[in-house]
Design a protein around this ligand. Structure first.
Ligand SMILES: O=C(O)c1c[nH]c2c(-c3ccccc3)cccc2c1=O
Length: 458
């Protein structure tokens, strides 16, 4: 069967969770075993590509075309982006030499919204595959950063005449993906919605957690963003004895305005979501650990200070919320050899007090921002989401487990473990009193970075 053929000759991949990191240039080879580069994702080893869709934020079209193998380099590619006006003109100009590349502009009618969603829809001769990831389609995002992805199984075509609801997964991934695509209300996506309906997505074991811009009331409030996450945790996880001692970890590469104090959104609304476990009406206040690189983490990184160009935390935002920085922990990932590969991955999870088990794990495009996750308004009768975001949630019940054991040595990848490969070190390392969060629009000229340079933003 085609699935066996590809699985047998593809690089040995951990197919329990289908969670992978990007390859990082310059690491010992053991830390890249089981990691994937974009050229691996587009390789014939995963399927004979017919057409693809690339949802993303930042694009280098000429570079992207070169990542396809020569035999697929002229296959139609549909780009889903959020650019408008001059930025849109510049993007379309990039594709002028590539007639097989077409564009669809996602609607962004709410101010400050962005199209952050990163997803590949890959239509093959053999079937269909979905990849949900954190990397932009630019060289720098696939070079020396820590990035992650969920790669779906190969979804076979359904028999002719199957009902559209056929091919549904126990996690309703097919319905939810189709609803997300429908939320664009884009004619260019109609044929893709139809194609997905014709495929069998039943082997999918993750839940889709999406954001799409809008103001939602009533039952629609739980379709997107953090209230969607809260609903999934409410329905598909269970209370844990002593759960108030199970920390929440949030790890991200950018931070929005959180308000003048923690009660405004973080410790009120967002923490309520992240601490939801099943239908318990307890509202514990477990420890919350936020992982965001310090200035030293960036200065000593493989890229040096330029890594900070993708960690866009501004001084204007930071100075309004100094209270937030007391939650911060450094980026340390010796277990994956990636302590010096700055994070562009975004992950959220609930861990046991001894950091050996997970109650759930989320990989997503969503940073720590109300624009991404949504914020309640009008006396909690409405939620407002500004951006498109996309992620997948792992819950133990979808894997016939009570909790996920954590694999403390995820590299080199080994088929023996059933542990979840958390990419960074646990327990998290608090900032030292001298550590400051990386802020991208102020100067650092006291000590040079790994390349001997200083950082003086214009
Ligand atoms: O979706 C993503 O991945 C990203 C989205 N915005 C980024 C920005 C940015 C910050 C303020 C205004 C516009 C853009 C800067 C550097 C990296 C990113 C980025 O990586």
């Amino acid at each position: 069967e085609s699935e066996d053929f590809f699985e047998s000759c593809t690089p040995r991949l951990d197919d329990t969770y289908r969670f992978y990191l990007n390859k990082v240039t310059g690491l010992d080879r053991e830390y890249n075993s089981g990691a994937l580069h974009i050229r691996d994702l587009l390789s014939p080893l995963f399927g004979t590509l017919k057409e693809s869709v690339q949802f993303n934020y930042c694009f280098d079209i000429a570079w992207m075309v070169k990542q396809f193998p020569p035999e697929f380099r002229d296959r139609p590619v549909l780009i889903i982006h959020g650019d408008k006006r001059e930025a849109k003109a510049r993007l379309l100009q990039q594709a002028q030499p590539f007639p097989h590349v077409r564009f669809c502009q996602a609607k962004l009618d709410i101010a400050f919204g962005t199209h952050h969603t990163k997803m590949m829809l890959l239509w093959y001769e053999e079937g269909f595959r979905v990849i949900i990831l954190t990397s932009n389609l630019i060289r720098a995002d696939w070079y020396q950063k820590t990035q992650g992805m969920w790669m779906s199984p190969l979804f076979p075509r359904l028999p002719e005449g199957s009902r559209p609801s056929a091919g549904e997964s126990p996690t309703f991934f097919k319905r939810d993906l189709l609803e997300y695509l429908a939320s664009y209300r884009a004619p260019e996506l109609e044929e893709w919605i139809q194609r997905i309906k014709e495929h069998d997505l039943s082997e999918t074991r993750v839940y889709l957690v999406a954001s799409t811009p809008g103001r939602y009331v009533g039952p629609d409030m739980e379709r997107w963003g953090h209230l969607r996450l809260r609903k999934l945790l409410h329905e598909h996880t269970n209370p844990i004895p002593g759960e108030e001692r199970w920390p929440v970890i949030g790890q991200f590469s950018s931070i929005g305005s959180m308000g003048a104090d923690k009660t405004k959104w973080l410790a009120g609304e967002f923490q309520r979501t992240l601490t939801t476990l099943g239908k318990s009406s307890l509202h514990p206040s477990p420890p919350i650990h936020l992982l965001y690189p310090s200035v030293e983490d960036v200065r000593l990184s493989l890229e040096g200070f330029p890594a900070g160009g993708s960690l866009p935390y501004s001084i204007q935002t930071a100075q309004k919320q100094l209270w937030l920085h007391s939650y911060f922990h450094r980026w340390k990932a010796d277990r994956s050899g990636r302590s010096h590969a700055m994070p562009h991955i975004k992950t959220y999870m609930r861990v046991s007090p001894d950091f050996t088990q997970l109650a759930w794990f989320l990989i997503t495009s969503a940073n720590l921002s109300k624009a991404a996750w949504g914020a309640l308004e009008k006396n909690n009768s409405q939620v407002m989401v500004r951006s498109y975001e996309l992620g997948v949630l792992y819950v133990p019940s979808a894997f016939d487990m009570k909790t996920f054991p954590i694999d403390e040595t995820p590299f080199p990848v080994s088929s023996s473990t059933s542990g979840f490969p958390v990419p960074f070190d646990l327990p998290p390392t608090s900032y030292s009193p001298k550590d400051q969060p990386w802020i991208w629009n102020i100067s650092y000229s006291q000590e040079p970075d790994t390349h001997g340079n200083i950082w003086v933003p214009s």
